[in-house]
Design a protein around this ligand. Structure first.
Ligand code: PLP
Length: 431
């Protein structure tokens, strides 16, 4: 009996050693960042990953924004999209017979020529500069992976869409983050960006309009940034994420794309936000440098092979008809932002906000003179009780006192009740 127990213990020990060897062999080739177990925004710990080691072992940092894919409460003010289109609405734009006859082979390596042309028209850039991607997200990932090797530097403007930072970390880049301030209305701080540039910088990354705050960067600031980059980081490219560019309000026309401004600019965007089709998973990069374009296409081949011909055909139809889709959405967003502005005015003793330039999203802040740190924790804890969902500033590299509020996702008749529920949640947090 004792001998058999000893044998079992010995076998277990060997198994453990083999497992450890395997983990050692398969580890990332660089020092992947090891963060503590992530905290949920209500202060609890997420524990359904890892092997109970108390450490997150992923190549990419864990970010609670992933819960947005799986949780959708009645008063979802966390989403950054406009309302979702239906397949039927997009089919009608594409022509159902054309779709029925579509052959489901692999797509072309750089994407569907029809989609290239539609993107070129939207961005006023040459069609041959376009590489299609599965959402802007894949473009962000491929660019980080292809441009940044271990030890290279990337300058990132934050707060930002978490994968813009985390794909750089996953690629082994040293990320120099330039955090913009709520109090400055998240205006680009060129002096601090300049101080972060170096000859090792390979990529400077920012979004306009930015997620989470909807603040746009003026053309003059981008031109100044390019001059700085030429001086201090001659090998760097500038990635401009234009995912929210066309989500404007009322009669405001979208800002021009930066795609054709300078060959060092790579832009990325998709049909996900302004056009309301994130489920198509279709986006693009515009890349002037032919060598980089080929490298990105090879990286895409090694990741997803090609885009889906069905998704890309539907996305091309959507882009060609985008004015038809965007006009009613601009009206909805104009109504929604007016309603939100009125609510913010009524709540000005408890809430500050930065009014966005475009995008169905903006940043609000719980006033420190009304809610201390314990009050902020209470605020996050009470939200589910009120069927509310918000995106924590922490996900984007901001304080937990700040939250992103999406005002374009709920049907218009539900926005008012959602904001009332938010006032009630504030009452409960203050008490
Ligand atoms: C600034 C920004 N870029 C890119 C994305 C990725 O979106 P998609 O891959 O659907 O285009 C998002 C999504 O929230 C975003 O906010």
């Amino acid at each position: 009996m004792i001998a058999s127990l000893a044998r079992t213990a010995n076998n277990l020990l060997c198994l453990n050693k083999q497992l450890l060897c395997l983990l050692w062999l398969c580890r990332a080739p660089y020092d992947a960042p090891m963060t503590n177990l992530p905290q949920n925004s209500d202060g609890t710990q997420t524990s359904d990953f890892g092997a109970g080691s108390g450490q997150w072992r992923g190549r990419f940092p864990y970010n609670e924004i992933i819960t947005l894919l799986d949780v959708n409460r009645l008063y979802n003010l966390a989403e950054s999209t406009s309302q979702d289109l239906t397949v039927g609405e997009v089919l009608d734009l594409a022509g159902p017979d054309r779709i029925r006859d579509l052959k489901l082979g692999y797509g072309k390596s750089a994407g569907l020529p029809d989609l290239h042309q539609a993107v070129a028209d939207a961005c006023k850039a040459p069609a041959e500069h376009v590489v299609t991607t599965q959402g802007t997200a894949l473009g962000i990932f491929l660019l980080a992976l292809e441009l940044c090797r271990a030890g290279d530097e990337a300058v990132l403007v934050s707060p930002c869409f978490p994968p813009s930072r985390d794909s750089l970390i996953g690629a082994g880049a040293r990320v120099r983050e330039v955090a913009l301030s709520f109090d400055d209305g998240y205006r680009l701080d060129l002096d601090r960006i300049e101080a972060s540039l170096s000859p090792k910088t390979r990529l400077v990354s920012l979004a306009s309009p930015q997620n989470p705050n909807g603040v746009q960067t003026p053309r003059a600031a981008i031109e100044n940034l390019l001059v700085m980059m030429e001086r201090r980081s001659p090998q760097a490219l500038l990635f401009l994420d234009e995912t929210y560019r066309e989500a404007t309000y009322g009669d405001t026309p979208p800002a021009d794309s930066f795609a054709a401004l300078d060959p060092r600019i790579v832009t990325g965007a998709s049909v996900s936000k302004a056009l309301g089709a994130p489920g198509l998973r279709t986006g693009w990069l515009t890349v002037a440098d032919a060598d980089l374009r080929t490298r990105l296409t090879v990286a895409k081949m090694n990741t997803v092979i090609s885009g889906s011909v069905l998704d890309e055909t539907l996305a091309a139809a959507l882009l060609r008809n985008r004015e038809k889709v965007l006009a009613p959405r601009r009206r909805l967003l104009a109504g929604a932002i007016d309603e939100l502005a009125r609510w913010c005015e009524a709540e000005r003793e408890r809430i500050d906000w930065v009014r966005p330039d475009a995008g169905a999203l903006c940043c609000l802040r719980l006033r420190p003179d009304v809610l201390d740190a314990a009050g902020v924790s209470r605020f996050w804890r009470v939200l589910p009780r009120h069927d509310l969902q918000l995106a924590s500033g922490r996900w984007f590299g901001e304080s937990e006192r700040v939250f992103r509020l999406g005002f374009g996702y709920l049907p218009p008749e539900r926005l008012g009740p959602a904001l009332s529920a938010l006032s009630t949640a504030l009452d409960a947090a203050v008490a």
